[in-house]
Design a protein around this ligand. Structure first.
Ligand code: BGC
Length: 749
């Protein structure tokens, strides 16, 4: 596999046009007082703006692509990423070269360049490891820059409210604090590589079905305490340079023209200094958008090109607003080093990427079931293993749409679409090969799993059966059901009936149902695990890595237990066709996937009860709860103490590894607020991932800041920490909290 990557790298080095960063390399180094690095970014922005003409300013507030029906040719100096905006060469203002990137730099392979396919963001979320989240983001930033881009489009702070959302694999968690902290670290990592980061899709774009026409409706308190809290924390932790407003409407108003979202909350309440760019084709107006606090239309200038100029000239929007847009853009570029250290394109080193990708995959795999110590498998003892299904002979699955990282050397599985040749992309990291390498004495055979009877026959003749199953998800299309598609439930059932030692490996974009759970002996969730996914998976199966991933999302028993048993859509939505594209820039209108034409409402009446909070409040037993994951060792918790200091709480406790092997535990702290707060039963407020040798114990101290203990008072338009008794709960999952303690918080003075 590494040889394959090296070949791609070598090929990449032979592509001079791309490697030179198209038109950019020839430009002279910028001069002017604004190039004085000792000046603050705001001052530098003011100085360069003094020199800019109106047209130069307008040129920065919209993308440089043609919109549909417009004759303008695509700019030649674009590197071909998702977005491009020409700079102002006479003033040294660089071109914006934008590329998608959540789980790696997207869509570079089709231009002959290699980028590391990291595990999906949801997998990264399952590591619960803040340091690793930083490394994940840093690798993304480094490769973005290595490939000549200066803006990275992504991470997603959207909450997993809807388990059928086609983009859940791009999300980090169903919990706002977990998202905020993990994504915040990742974005910091990205920006520390001197590229502008981005957080998207602001806000409540929590399903794909009808994303350009539905209105997500959510009451203000729930909004601030759930979906917006994730953005608030991530922005605060990372100082991210750009916020991407979503396609959808929020409470009846398009996100990119919502004064509440943009001016009131983002810019005023949170003091955000960066700029707001649109999702691709998500702008619907000129003046209302400009006045609402929107700053940059992508990927073209339908509303923020000539139309904005006319509106400014007529006085319909003040010139101060344009100046504010441009100031935000330039000050961010100065603050993040884009003027001073422009990227120069050169080949990516795939070996560093593979190393980070493998560590994330190893830390993110979640063992959901391990009956009778079936795992880890004992390589020296097992004589035969059946490997079944999901193209495990050639690769591991990845998610589709704008987050698609191209497969190094090409997709090893021919696409089912006869016209485009495209389909789900498998990353060339083959489970069959990885398992053979770890069990060299065993007979390891493969069955494609397309015929359950044939697979069951191989399973019956083998000591252990490992069945790989998948759920492909993509931008532009939600899944209609949480059941595994393509008869895979039947496959697992028949294999399990043939062999009592059946282990199921899930490659999914989010939760799935498991009607066969009682019949199999092991279940391992590896998400979309990236370019070293198979190697990581095999290390877990054979115990050279002790699993430590925990679920960042609840797995329900069935859709009937969800707040919305049926995926919201228009009353008579036609069945959705397969997504139109897994291409690069979506063009005007954001054309990934089809959407129904009749506008509709998605009423999140469950409000605060998103994810596990719904299951707790409604007394529903999930299949696997939020925060759950097994290890090959065991842990015990003791000595909890919780003390308030003002509106903050400090929690100390001890965790011991009570088993025989070293392992890591994600120790989680939840809090139940006083009854007067009117909150769901508990919320996650802190966690730590603790490495422990066999028999070792460690004391853990975590401080919970007051925001995480607060509720949003809509009348006062402010956060407040209600005085009273808070119950602190500590343990290894949201449904396993052996320690608890009451702490009293006094009224704020
Ligand atoms: C997606 C964004 C992406 C953009 C550019 C849109 O369809 O929603 O996440 O950044 O395309 O590719």
């Amino acid at each position: 596999m590494i040889i394959g990557i090296a070949a791609v790298l070598l090929n990449a080095a032979l592509l001079p046009a791309f490697a030179q960063g198209a038109g950019q390399a020839a430009r002279p180094a910028p001069t002017g007082p604004w190039m004085d690095k000792s000046l603050p970014p705001d001052r530098r922005a003011d100085l360069v703006m003094e020199q800019m003409t109106l047209d130069e300013k307008l040129g920065l507030v919209h993308g440089g692509s043609a919109y549909s029906g417009q004759a303008t040719p695509q700019p030649t100096q674009s590197l071909g990423g998702a977005g491009f905006i020409p700079g102002v060469p006479r003033l040294g203002i660089p071109d914006f070269q934008m590329t998608d990137g959540r789980s790696g730099v997207a869509n570079t392979g089709r231009r002959g360049r290699y980028a590391t396919a990291l595990p999906s963001s949801l997998a990264a979320g399952a590591t619960w490891d803040l340091k690793l989240a930083y490394e994940y983001g840093a690798l993304l930033g480094k490769e973005t820059r290595d490939l000549g881009f200066n803006v990275s489009l992504g991470g997603t702070a959207n909450l997993i409210r809807e388990p059928r959302n086609g983009r859940n694999f791009e999300c980090w968690s169903e919990d706002p604090i977990a998202i905020g902290k993990m994504l915040g670290r990742a974005l910091k990592g990205t920006q520390d590589q001197l590229v502008v980061g981005n957080i998207n899709r602001y806000a409540v774009n929590d399903q794909e079905n009808g994303r350009q026409i539905y209105s997500a409706n959510l009451d203000k308190r729930s909004l601030r305490e759930t979906d917006l809290l994730a953005f608030e924390i991530a922005i605060k932790e990372s100082d991210v340079g750009t916020v991407m407003c979503a396609y959808s409407k929020l409470n009846g108003i398009y996100a990119c023209e919502s004064p509440y979202l943009l001016n009131d909350v983002l810019k005023k309440a949170w003091g955000y200094k960066g700029w707001v760019m649109s999702d691709w084709g998500a702008v619907h107006s000129t003046v209302p958008s400009a006045l609402a606090g929107f700053d940059q239309e992508m990927p073209s200038g339908r509303y923020f090109g000539d139309a904005l100029k006319t509106a400014l000239e007529k006085g319909e929007a003040p010139m101060s607003r344009l100046n504010d847009m441009v100031h935000r853009i330039l000050r961010t570029e100065f603050a993040l080093g884009i003027f001073d250290n422009p990227p120069s394109a050169h080949p990516v080193n795939p070996f560093t990427g593979a190393e980070v990708a493998q560590r994330v995959a190893e830390q993110s795999a979640v063992v959901l079931k391990n009956a009778n110590g079936q795992l880890p498998l004992k390589a020296g003892v097992i004589k035969s293993i059946a490997i079944i299904g999901s193209h495990a002979d050639v690769g591991v699955l990845s998610g589709g749409g704008s987050d698609q990282v191209d497969a190094a050397g090409g997709n090893p599985v021919a696409g089912p679409n006869p016209v485009t040749g495209r389909g789900p992309v498998w990353q060339p990291s083959a489970p069959l090969k990885a398992i053979r390498e770890r069990a060299p004495k065993a007979k390891v055979d493969y069955d494609a799993g397309t015929d359950p009877a044939s697979a069951a026959k191989l399973a019956a003749a083998s000591e252990v059966a490992v069945v790989f199953v998948n759920q492909h998800t993509t931008e532009g299309r939600d899944v209609t059901s949480l059941a595994l598609p393509d008869n895979q439930d039947q496959l697992v059932s028949q294999v399990a009936a043939a062999n009592p030692h059946t282990i199921v490996v899930l490659e999914t974009g989010g939760p799935v149902t498991m009607p066969w759970i009682d019949k199999v002996s092991g279940v391992l969730e590896i998400w979309y695990p990236g370019i070293r996914g198979a190697e990581a998976m095999a290390n877990i199966l054979f115990g050279s890595v002790n699993p430590s991933g925990k679920l960042p999302v609840t797995f329900p028993k069935s859709e009937a237990d969800l707040p919305h048993p049926v995926l919201p859509g228009p009353p008579s939505a036609p069945p959705q066709p397969a997504p139109a594209a897994q291409t690069g820039a979506a063009g005007q209108g954001g054309g990934r996937g089809q959407t129904p034409q009749v506008p509709f409402d998605v009423n999140y009446t469950e409000g605060l009860k998103a994810g596990y909070k719904w299951f707790d409040a409604e007394n529903k037993e999930p299949l696997f709860p939020f925060g759950f994951g097994l290890s090959y060792t065991t842990f015990s918790y003791s000595q909890l103490k919780a003390a308030a200091s003002g509106q903050n709480v400090t929690v100390t406790f001890s965790v011991r590894n009570t088993g025989k092997v070293a392992g890591a535990e994600v120790a989680q702290v939840y809090v139940s607020l006083p009854a007067t707060a009117g909150e769901p039963p508990k919320r996650l407020v802190a966690w730590d991932k603790i490495q422990l040798a066999a028999g070792e114990s460690k004391a853990v101290t975590l401080t919970v800041e007051s925001l995480y203990l607060s509720i949003f008072n809509v009348d006062k338009d402010a956060w407040e920490t209600p005085p009273g008794e808070y119950k602190v709960l500590v343990g290894g999952s949201s449904r396993s909290t052996p320690l608890s303690e009451i702490v009293r918080i006094a009224a704020a003075r």
